[in-house]
Each structure stands twice: as structure tokens, then as C-alpha cells.
Write a new protein. Structure first.
Length: 425
């Protein structure tokens, strides 16, 4: 039996899903990728005794993800430019003018799905660049789409659905095309593989998110954009994240929006995982915070010195073990900041709205890595995503306070330096 996983309630909004709500596999658990997750909130030790369990067994918990901006109401507005792709942001047009739009690059997204009928995704749909879609419920089970004759529609042909505007907003920042003359996404020529793991109330579960992440490991992604996270230190998704990194994927993850919130952790998992590259072929985990139009770090953008030394993980027999990350050296998050304040992007129903958060900054960086990789692959089709991420890190400029810090990491993108490093003088 592979390693299993566990979640431990913190100050986040969590409930343990009831046995009658989640029908467990064989009355005990559900396989999530190569892992097993116990469901129900009864005597887990007694349940585990009924199966051959080696390792840790974890109950499935539901997580409510705060909206961006935190607690704010959604305001729909007329179509406006996304300043994050313009000269005040990432200057994506400098790449577009060279014919670099994200071609030959696949970005995976785990969020609340997307409204593929939105004009921002028109070319994605007609050019069949939404290469896969899968929806996983809170039990970690896939919601299968079928044809009128009852036959199963494969993921490569499934029609994306959405549970909340968040996923549509973030996907359009990655790869939305201009609409009505207004700029939308950073890499409008990229491919997308989309998994829906959040629902109408922007809630998800350990199992559902795990299932979506494992699905992304099967989609030949170059980059994965994760505008979701759980405040605190939670190793629950370490296995699929490591699998993505071992496959060479660059995983871009939101650091969170809790910096100015009292009494809560200042970073989110999986962005705070200490998973350095295992070798030169592996990918990178890139935790991202948000800056505003002036380049200043957003007041709520998360960041801290992460230390897993004393993190204990509860086991099924009631004992605890050290986290799998307990021996890792402490490290700073985020790695960098990107445009994430008053970002106007697509919303379901042919609408547009501005949102704030590291959720918005994350797809900007994912899209920028896609542009860099797209250019590199124009001359070397097999170049790995890590090469693009390395160029990104080499083009960061420090912002106040001086040096690497918990507010901005190593800084924000120096557009001129990046353009010269990637495209030449």
C-alpha cells in the first residue's frame, strides 16, 4: 500500500464529511490516484482495522476557500484591460509582437472550472486547445459526462463546467484572448488542461483537490497554476505535487492572502512546501504573492519564514508522527510577487470583474513561464519547463525591503531584463 495522507483541523473553515454524505469505497475509503483516503468521522482506528493499511490513514475534510478579495462582494464591470499584462505589469505584448503567444506549451489549472462559452476562450475552443477537462467532487470521485446514448465522454472531449467565477477569472489571466480590443491573458496561444475541484460556494475537500492534482499528473502539463491553498502547514497534497515536480512540471502556487489577518497562518499549502528540485530534470515549485499597479506588495499578500520542524501529523491510532517535511530547512515564501490587485478578468456569463489576491498573481506568472517556454521551444522543441523558470528567476528585481524577504521574496519581474534574457537585445 502506498503512503496515505491525513489532514488536521486548524483555524480554517473545516468540517469532516459525514459517512452518509460520502459513500466510501468498500465501506472504508476511496482511492485517490495511488493513495487511499478514509472517509467518515467515526472510529478511524476501527475502520482501518478492517483493511490492510500500512502507513497513515487520513479523514477527508472540507475546506472553504475565502473569495478574492477576502469577504468582498463581486462587482461586475464593463470590459477593461487587464493591466497585469501591460507595461505596468508583465509587458506581455513584447512577446506577442515577436509572435510568441504560448504556442507549444500546456498549462494545467485546478480551480472551480471555467465557462468555456466566454469570448475570452473563443479561440481556445475553436482550436481545440482545451485539451482536457475533469470534474472531481468532494468525495474525490470524478463527475463523468455522458452522451445521450449513455456512453462516457472522454476527458479530452468533455465540456468544461464551472462552480464559481474564480476558475474562469484565473484561466482567462493565463490564456484569455483579447476581447473588444481589451487585453486579457498573458499567453493566449497556450493549451489548457482544466480540473474543477471547487464548487458553487468555493468549497473543496482534501479528496477532491487531491484527485484533481493526480489527474493533472496524467495530462502532460508543462506548467500547473494553483490559485488555491490551505492556510497553515498541511502536507496532504505533497504526493501529487512531488509527482508533478518529478515529471519536470513548473508548479506555480498562490501563497495566500492572510498577511494582515490576525491569528491565522501567513502562508498556504501547497505553496509553502519545501520541495526543492531533486535533479536538473525536475520542475520547480514557485510560490507567488501579489503586488499592485505601483509595484508595491499588496497589504494582504501572504508571506512568512516557513518552519516544518515541529509539525506533527495525527495518525489513525491516535498517535502523532513528525511531518514528512520536518527535517527540511526553514525557507521564505513567496519566491516573488506579480500583478494581483484590481485585476480585471473574465467571469461566467460574458461578464468581467476585478479581483484582488495571490490567486490573480499566480496565473500571471504561470502565463509568463508559458511565454518564455514557448519562445525557447521555437528553436528547441524538447526544452524543459525548468529552463523557462530559471530565466524568470534570473530576471527578478529586488523591491523594498532590501534583499529576500517574506513580503516580496526575491522581488518582481524586471521586464527589460527578462526580454533581453529571453529574446535578446
Amino acid at each position: 500500500m502506498p503512503d496515505l495522507f491525513k489532514t488536521q483541523p486548524t483555524g480554517s473553515s473545516l468540517v469532516q464529511l459525514e459517512p452518509d454524505v460520502i459513500p466510501p469505497l468498500g465501506g472504508i475509503g476511496r482511492l485517490i490516484g495511488p493513495q487511499l483516503l478514509l472517509v467518515g468521522n467515526g472510529d478511524l482506528a476501527a475502520l482501518a482495522a478492517d483493511v490492510d493499511v500500512r502507513g497513515d490513514v487520513y479523514p477527508n475534510l472540507e475546506i472553504t476557500f475565502q473569495l478574492d478579495p477576502i469577504g468582498g462582494a463581486t462587482t461586475f464591470i464593463p470590459n477593461e484591460d487587464n493591466w497585469g499584462v501591460g507595461p505596468e505589469g508583465l509587458a506581455a505584448k513584447d512577446f506577442w509582437d515577436k509572435g510568441v503567444l504560448g504556442q507549444r506549451v500546456r498549462v494545467g489549472i485546478a480551480d472551480s472550472g471555467l465557462d468555456s462559452t466566454h469570448p475570452a476562450f473563443a479561440d481556445l475552443v475553436t482550436e481545440n486547445r482545451i485539451v482536457g477537462f475533469a470534474h472531481f467532487n468532494k468525495q474525490g470521485a470524478q463527475v463523468i459526462q455522458t452522451r445521450p446514448d449513455g456512453s462516457v465522454i472522454p476527458d479530452s472531449e468533455a465540456t468544461p463546467t464551472f462552480g464559481h467565477l474564480h476558475g474562469t477569472h484565473c484561466a482567462a489571466i493565463v490564456a484569455g484572448q483579447p476581447t473588444d480590443g481589451k487585453e486579457r491573458g498573458v499567453a493566449p496561444g497556450a493549451e489548457l488542461a482544466v480540473t474543477r475541484v471547487l464548487e458553487e460556494s468555493n468549497t473543496g475537500s482534501v479528496a477532491g483537490i487531491s484527485a484533481g492534482l493526480w489527474w493533472l499528473t496524467t495530462q502532460s502539463c508543462d506548467i500547473v497554476s494553483l490559485s488555491l491553498g490551505w492556510p497553515g502547514l498541511h502536507e496532504d497534497w505533497a504526493a501529487p505535487i512531488k509527482a508533478l515536480l518529478d515529471a519536470g512540471v513548473v508548479v506555480v502556487a498562490a501563497v495566500g492572502n492572510e498577511f494582515d489577518a490576525a491569528g491565522v497562518p501567513k502562508s498556504r499549502s501547497p505553496a509553502n512546501y519545501p520541495l526543492p528540485p531533486s535533479d536538473s530534470t525536475s520542475g520547480l515549485l514557485v510560490p507567488v504573492g501579489a503586488h499592485d499597479r505601483t509595484g508595491a506588495v499588496w497589504v494582504s499578500s501572504g508571506g512568512e519564514t516557513v518552519n516544518w520542524t515541529n509539525v506533527q501529523v495525527l495518525q489513525v491510532d491516535g498517535t502523532s508522527r513528525p511531518s514528512i517535511f520536518s527535517a527540511a530547512a526553514e525557507h521564505l515564501v513567496p519566491s516573488m510577487v506579480a500583478p494581483g490587485v484590481e485585476i480585471v478578468s473574465a467571469a461566467p456569463g460574458n461578464k468581467y470583474c476585478p479581483l484582488d489576491g495571490s490567486s490573480m498573481a499566480t496565473p500571471h506568472i504561470a502565463g509568463l513561464v508559458a511565454l518564455i517556454l514557448s519562445h525557447l521551444r521555437s528553436s528547441d522543441p524538447v526544452v524543459r519547463p525548468r529552463a523557462a523558470a530559471d530565466l524568470l528567476f534570473e530576471s527578478l528585481q529586488d523591491i523594498s525591503p532590501p534583499g529576500p524577504d517574506i513580503r516580496s521574496g526575491d522581488g518582481r519581474i524586471d521586464n527589460g531584463a527578462l526580454l533581453q534574457a529571453v529574446l535578446g537585445p
